[in-house]
Design a protein around this ligand. Structure first.
Ligand code: 5MM
Length: 341
């Protein structure tokens, strides 16, 4: 393992002004997204959609540091035969790959999930590296509800995240470690804070025990935020203040960067929260976005599966990427959204 190189990649992934595009929707998830815009989820449509994103020059060259791909996409070619992964490399962004194989019910823990995909992971990582992937992603899902999460679910998911991270580093791939505490539910921000704290503490304990080099990884956490159905929604300032307090308490400064998931926040909320956190600096790590929905909802709608809408889709993507790029430096203002509208 070359830790200097892992650290260089991890640092580039969270460079100020840039963030990560999570375009790693599995077949089931992309179908849901396409259903919402009335597009059939065929291999050609998935290719056309992702090709549109990766050929968005402004977004990709100025605001996107890396793209998380799904297995199908990393092997897919653009319409003109160029591998999609080459489009990403040519734009200057780093290609990454989702390597978890989704979740399964956790035995003895009703309503809880464990992420799977460790079997043969070493072999898969080797192939992905040869194809050009320089970082990977594994997502653990922790739900908040009555009596959950259990410490069992937190432990097994943290253990798997650390196993994955160690295998990545051994394969010279930077692991994005994503323990997502879901924002579905009616819990308040304090409960989210308390559960996320337990999850992060356990995750870093496992990472240390399994000898993962913190200098060669990126953390992808949720923010400390009110549940979607909570009657009292915390303000932007409260989310920012609590999230930074939580991360400072749990994430060692050796970690080069933190890149948030958006988790179901609206596009603008996700941008405003990141921006507000940067007002609370200086921060010990790079802090940016690794959004899926909050970067793609607008371009998906603008594109709607029509070739004549490609330019409009690219404009919508570039706008969101620029807004989040500004937020990653604390330079975003709500008025910039209005001007664009
Ligand atoms: C793009 O969504 C990713 C893939 O999800 P599935 O494996 O369920 O298809 C997801 O892992 C994503 O990378 C993160 O959760 C962040 O996405 P959001 O939409 O929460 O920013």
């Amino acid at each position: 393992m070359n830790l200097t190189e892992l650290n260089r990649i991890a640092t580039a992934m969270v460079a100020p002004g840039k963030g990560i595009l999570a375009a790693d929707e599995s077949s089931g998830t992309i179908k849901k997204r396409f259903d919402a815009i009335g597009v059939e989820s065929t291999e050609a449509n998935r290719r056309d959609y992702r090709e549109m994103l990766f050929r968005s020059k402004e977004a990709m060259s100025q605001y996107i540091s890396g793209v998380i791909l799904y297995d199908e996409t990393i092997w897919q070619d653009a319409k003109d035969g160029t591998p999609l992964i080459r489009l990403i490399e040519e734009s200057g962004a780093l290609p990454g790959i989702k390597v978890d194989e989704g979740t399964q019910a956790l035995p003895m823990c009703p309503g809880e999930l464990v992420t799977v995909g460790l079997d043969k992971l070493a072999e898969r990582l080797k192939k992905y590296y040869e194809r050009g992937a320089r970082f990977a992603k594994w997502r653990a899902v922790i739900d908040i509800g009555s009596g959950i999460p259990s410490m069992t679910a937190i432990s097994v998911n943290a253990h798997a995240l650390a196993r994955y991270a160690a295998l990545c580093q051994a394969a010279q791939i930077v692991p994005i470690v994503e323990p997502e505490v879901l924002m579905d539910g009616d819990h308040d921000i304090e409960r989210c804070y308390e559960v996320t704290q337990r999850v992060l503490n356990k995750t870093f304990q496992e990472l240390r025990e399994q000898r993962v080099a913190l200098e060669g990884m990126v953390l992808k956490p949720n923010m400390a935020i009110s549940g979607k159905k909570c009657a009292k929604q915390a303000s932007v300032e409260e989310v920012a203040e609590k999230t930074i307090r939580l991360l400072k308490a749990c994430v060692p400064a050796a970690v080069p960067g933190i890149a948030f998931l958006s988790g179901g926040q609206s596009d603008e909320e996700a941008t405003a929260h990141l921006n507000a956190m940067h007002k609370l600096g200086p921060l010990p790590w790079g802090l940016t976005f690794s959004y899926g929905r909050a970067l793609q909802a607008a371009p998906q709608k603008a594109w709607s599966g029509k070739a004549e809408n490609v330019a409009a889709g690219q404009r919508a993507f570039s706008h969101r990427a620029r807004m989040n790029g500004l937020a990653s430096k604390g330079e975003w203002q709500a008025s910039l959204e209005k001007k664009a509208a």
